[in-house]
Design a protein around this ligand. Sequence first.
Ligand SMILES: [Zn+2]
Length: 447
Amino acid sequence: MMKKCDILLKNGTLLTPELEIKEGISVAISGGRIAEVREEKVLDGQYDAKETIDASGKLIMPGLVDSHVHACQYMLRGKLADEYPMVWTRILVPFESTLNEQDSYLSGQLTYLQQIKSGITTCNESGGNHMHMVVKAAEESGIRANIARSTMDQGAFIPDSWRETAEEAIERTEELYKNCNNLGNGRIKIWFAMRQVMSCSPKLLRMIGEKASEYNTGIHAHLCEHRDEVSYCLQNYRKRPVEVLYDYGILGKNFLGAHNVVLTDADIELLAKCDAKLCHCPRANLGNHGVPRTPTILHAGLSIGIGSDGASGCNMDFFEELRILRFALQAVLGLPIFDPTIIPIKALLKMLIKGGARAALMEKEIGEISAGMRADVILLDIEQPHIMPNSNLINVLVEGVRASDVTDSIIDGRLIMRNREVLTMDEKKIIADGKQRMKEIFARAGI
Ligand SMILES: [Zn+2]
């Protein structure tokens, strides 16, 4: 008797959970989960599928996680290059604080459109204002998203329209949680956010830690991104940022810290002890803050995901992010000690896939193509001159593959992109709306 399934991917090349390549594999998807992963010759003729996709010439791999993104900065694309400091006070704050509900909705649509076309199936949003509208865009797009609301109750450069008390900041996140958590068949989760330690009072820090435990949800923060942050903590707390967060009850297994460039050995040890989750944003880090101590962090047993830090200075190509990180680590850490394998290809891929799943607090649900896991799956066209022929496809995934090689995307068992056409969104309209609205926002923000 034929078994039923929603989607059958037939006869593709599989990236296995062990990060190896297996050819001639078919994958059955049913009820939002991966039902069976077997050789095509075994599965052939066994399934009555609602939708069958010929995966020959395609790589079947887990959907990618953008571990740290700012949807609300999307329409700053092209605006930040070659600018002198302080970009935060001169551009980011006037821009972000002028965004209204519709701007935020469109920023979300633009972000998720680009993410889906880049193979991203889950993202961790670090937060802005009007996040219920960003949630609406995420829910409609079909992407999986952990969305936070940016919270700040102190800091010299914050405009009055942004400033809120610790109680207000928490109340507004709780409201977002109550209205939006688990929307989209559970794809949307609401997290708490600590924008960064400099813009949160001790009281707010403590409340974020307590509330995230109470709601059993994540905390998204910028952590040890730059030297000013460390200097601020040393001056004000006589401790480094990681110790400060530990003291206020924020560090734990539900904590995600983005960037992590300026970490000491003791910081790394404490983060590992707390089972905190980390992510690097290679391009953003290199341009502004330097090269992270990735090998030491991994050696301590911590996981690292990869984040875009938003689209304002990045094309959201996560294969390229891996290449950039690899070259940076080789040049800065590897060469001086003559270690050409300072960061092996598989370690980079593991960061992107498993590190991403951990950064999304979903390591048991996503990040591998095997039976029982959630069906977040992408297909890549590997029959192209920049990929084939090769003697090691795993290496070429980092050395040569591009985001635009992703042809199809399945999220939560639902086909969201087919042959590079996003089925849930009107791409032409969203881009046209973005072009128009971008000008209006700049005029309003006076930048
Ligand atoms: Zn960021």
